[in-house]
Design a protein around this ligand. Structure first.
Ligand code: ZN
Length: 306
């Protein structure tokens, strides 16, 4: 005779089997272990990988990938990974050495492959990084769709049994990105044209600017490695006063003091914090890429609309 406990356990099992989707027998026992270099990319990989993939990220929430110092634990995680996803375009200068040190033979997948890189002359007067590629391609939602396609193709190559799942996941997520992009365009269309300009600390929004028509002016270049010079800051202050730029924004990955100083000296208001190079942790409101773009959009609209 079954005890009550057995009966309950059997009932639970029945429910589990009933809920298992068709094709679940194709699920691998071990998930495909992959690493993404930073949190935003990690989220994109999770969306495409779904249940079949276990995604680790190296530079975590609110982290700055421009100046990251990998730990021995990172080398171990890279060594265990079957694929390493990176942004490329010079974003993760520390990565090649890390992969080498880990002894990993995992393919390194450059998620920006096929995206036309923007070249920036850097911040005001930053002659030294003239011609440097701008790595922040994810700030255009159209580019994020290219990341997703590259991620899908790499996962299929590494795990052909999951082809149908990766294709379905990518298609679902790309549809969400299409909706997100429409949202961005609708919100920006409501901001008066002469108010579509603002200040941030580092030059992370060039792709957003090119795609959606908001001018971002930044005293620091496309990397945060170089500090803004006094001359850069003075030039920006003059520009804010002359062009009557209404708002300056902080970022979640850079030191807020520079932007605070500019706000003080110009009387421009601090519009809030934009998320440039990293998701937030669970306490923040951008634990996913889609929420990151939505957060930035809301901040821009609130500060610039009126
Ligand atoms: Zn950056």
């Amino acid at each position: 005779m079954l005890t009550r406990r057995h009966a309950i356990a059997a009932g639970v099992l029945a429910v589990v089997f009933a809920a298992a989707p068709a094709g679940a027998q194709d699920q691998p026992k071990d998930k495909l272990k992959v690493i993404a270099s930073f949190s935003i990319l990690g989220d994109l990989v999770k969306n495409v990988g779904g249940d079949r993939v276990e995604v680790g990220t190296l530079v975590g929430p609110n982290g700055n990938a421009h100046v990251y110092a990998p730990s021995p634990a990172d080398a171990k995680r890279v060594a265990d990974a079957k694929l390493v996803f990176v942004n490329g375009l010079g974003f993760e200068g520390w990565l090649e050495r890390l992969v080498k040190a880990s002894g990993s033979r995992a393919p390194v997948i450059v998620a920006t492959k096929g995206i036309k890189p923007r070249e920036r002359a850097g911040g005001r007067g930053h002659d030294h990084d003239h011609g440097q590629a701008d790595p922040h391609a994810w700030q255009s939602v159209a580019n994020a769709k290219i990341y997703v396609a590259n991620i899908r193709d790499a996962l299929i190559a590494a795990d052909p049994a999951g082809k149908a799942a990766y294709e379905a996941n990518a298609a679902t997520y790309i549809a969400k990105l299409d909706a997100l992009e429409r949202e961005v365009r609708d919100v920006i269309a409501k901001i008066p044209a002469d108010r579509r300009k603002l200040i941030t600390s580092h030059d992370a929004f060039g792709y957003f600017e090119a795609a959606y028509g908001i001018a971002f002016i930044a005293p620091q270049g496309v990397s945060t490695e170089a500090e803004a010079s006094a001359r850069d800051v003075a030039a920006i202050i003059t520009q804010i006063k002359k062009q009557k730029i209404a708002a300056v924004f902080l970022e979640n990955v850079t030191d807020p003091r520079l932007v605070q100083q500019i706000a003080r000296e110009t009387g421009a208001k601090i519009g809030g914090t934009l998320y440039s190079d990293a998701l937030t942790d669970d306490k923040g409101d951008a634990t996913t890429y889609i929420d990151l773009i939505r957060h930035n959009l809301k901040q821009l609209a609130a500060a610039l609309e009126s």
